[in-house]
Design a protein around this ligand. Sequence first.
Ligand SMILES: Cc1ncc(COP(=O)(O)O)c(C=O)c1O
Length: 394
Amino acid sequence: MKNKTNWHKDTISVRGGLKRSAFKETSEALFLNSGYVYDTAEEAAEAFSGDIDRFVYSRFGNPTVAMLEERLALMEGAEAALATGTGMASMFMSMAGMLSQGDRVVASRALFGACYSVIRDILPRWGIEVAFVDGTDLNQWTAALGKPAKIVFVETPSNPMLELVDIEAVTKLAHQAGALMVVDNVFGTQSGQSPLALGADVVMYSITKHHDGHGRVMGGALIGSEEIIRGDLLKFFRQTGPMISPFNAWVILKSMESMNLRVERKAENAVAVADFLSSHDAVDRIYYPHHSSHPQHELARRQMSHGGTILSFTIPGGRDEAFALLNQLELIDISNNLGDSKSLACHPASTTHEGIGPEGRDVMGIGENLIRLSLGLEHKDDLIGDLAHALGAL
Ligand SMILES: Cc1ncc(COP(=O)(O)O)c(C=O)c1O
């Protein structure tokens, strides 16, 4: 029973990483402290020299954060995790913590706007060569990874076009090129897709999304082997300070207990809404990995146990029509966040992907007539009713 690596994800999400204090509390305790005390000066010296393993300062580690990190790692079937203040802090750490001047990064071009900007705009300023490929095209991956690289970064499914990268095939090419494979698994979700089991080296999350799941606190995570996470990355983490606050870690620990249930229910809602939208006259096209219309449907079924909680669709027209549709929604909120228990809709071209400019959006195929939906926990009939009303009013 105590062998946590054999536990199912449902059990890990409730019990993984739990360490009770001397008070034997049932639920995880919140350690809202920055510092720690020592019985003797010798003990402090031994803690800093590494002779004893204990908490010394909450920028380095904190008991509540440590419980979250262990739960995240166990859920992924991994050895170690680091939890950060936002998803972007984790994404940036996966680059800055491992790269040096002269290194090369190859990435799929369909990425969340801020991840795309870090690779396109920030890394080259520091002498790092970057190359983008169409992540759906294995020939482009083969060509780009014909020369050495240090990191391959992908997001699958991608935000907001739901494009997939074949994790297993691209990881093989990445390893042949000497690169580590980093996967942004926010859309895949921790219950629906396991990049490490497909060979990837590091999994990245915005735990702001499905892990919190109620639109409250921010967080991020990098998960992988002891060697990768507790090597250069840990050194970078401790010196530069991107750690998550213990309070946010405590909120997310509690949320994770119901994460699998919530994500599965949201994914069921996404399937129902995808079916409805795909047969609606006022909808041009839908993008949802487990829908038969998805061009990589076979890969989606192989790589993802469910299709995720997000779908996108296009309507005839442009920005005016997309705004008119959003403004007609009465139940689904207009918001650029995702993974909430409330269903949310947004116009990526003017919000999440505004910052990458028209050229960036063209590369990703994000049109003015695209709408992204993050499905929540409401009843599917109410969601479909709201969309039917808004589409009917167009
Ligand atoms: C796919 C993806 N990756 C990374 C991030 C960044 O996460 P955060 O907002 O927690 O920094 C987001 C945020 O929307 C995202 O959708």
